[in-house]
Design a protein around this ligand. Structure first.
Ligand code: AP5
Ligand code: ZN
Length: 213
């Protein structure tokens, strides 16, 4: 299965990605996660990406496209993959199309998670993450059993630096101007499935499974 997950910041892409990779046994390629790992490790890429991410801007295409192509060329992506957070603008989508056609790969589905924008700020600002195992929680909608502690590995939960109200609002603006046009782009390619993301996490996943069936 070759899938793209599309949706605004806080829509639930990462949350559903965890469910999808678990069920379909495909690698999860999140450009946001790759950048955050590089920031944590203090690499050159991480230093460059951090400036943009902290302001809620897109990391430049020249830092992003090549790393996705290189990840897709790895052996574990041969039978399937799930791209989360890429492509993010028309340039990246055209770059990806070119890579896929040159390698005789076709997409099975673009899952587009739609959520009312008034909910997105609340979802992102209430998000808590585990830096050890990558689990995602929400203080209200998906709380850990013990407040502030990861259920799986007992690490103290933290907040992403870009999950404050001001940066989230800017990320939503960037989504509207840069990323939302991809909904039309993939509708024209006849591969899109629009998913009602205002529902609870399990129901959203039910609808995604139905769209992928
Ligand atoms: P990235 O990491 O991709 O973040 P994003 O797209 O802004 O998406 P989020 O991770 O914020 O949200 P999500 O949809 O995954 O939601 P989640 O499941 O966590 O990108 C970060 C930055 O990296 C960008 O701003 C940019 O700078 C850079 N970047 C990344 N890719 C790039 C690219 N291709 N090009 C250029 N720059 C790039 O859910 C959010 C919260 O809601 C959680 O707390 C969760 O528990 C809760 N929740 C989830 N689903 C539900 C539900 N159904 N009901 C209630 N609560 C829910
Ligand atoms: Zn954990």
């Amino acid at each position: 299965m070759k899938i793209i997950l599309l949706g605004p910041p806080g829509a639930g892409k990462g949350t559903q990605a965890a469910n999808i990779v678990d069920s379909y046994k495909i690698p999860h390629i999140s450009t946001g996660d790759i950048f955050r790992k590089n920031i944590k490790e203090g690499t050159e890429l991480g230093k460059k990406a951090q400036e943009y991410m902290n302001e809620g801007k897109l990391v430049p295409d020249e830092l992003t496209c090549g790393l996705v192509a290189s990840r897709l060329s790895e052996a574990d992506c041969k039978d399937g993959f799930m791209l989360d957070g890429f492509p993010r603008n028309i340039f990246q989508a055209e770059y990806l199309d070119k890579y896929l056609s040159e390698n005789n790969i076709s997409l099975d589905k673009v899952i587009n998670i739609e959520v009312d924008h008034k909910l997105l700020v609340e979802r992102a600002c209430g998000r808590r993450i585990c830096k050890t195992c990558g689990a995602t929680y929400h203080v209200k909608f998906n709380p850990s059993k013990e407040e502030g502690v990861c259920d799986s590995c007992h690490t103290n939960l933290t907040q992403r630096p870009d999950d404050n109200e001001e940066t989230v609002s800017h990320r939503i603006d960037v989504y509207l101007s840069e990323t939302k046009p991809l909904v039309d782009y993939y509708t024209k390619q006849n591969v899109i499935a629009n998913i009602e993301g205002n529902q609870d996490i399990d129901k959203v996943f039910e609808d995604i499974k139905a769209a992928l069936a």
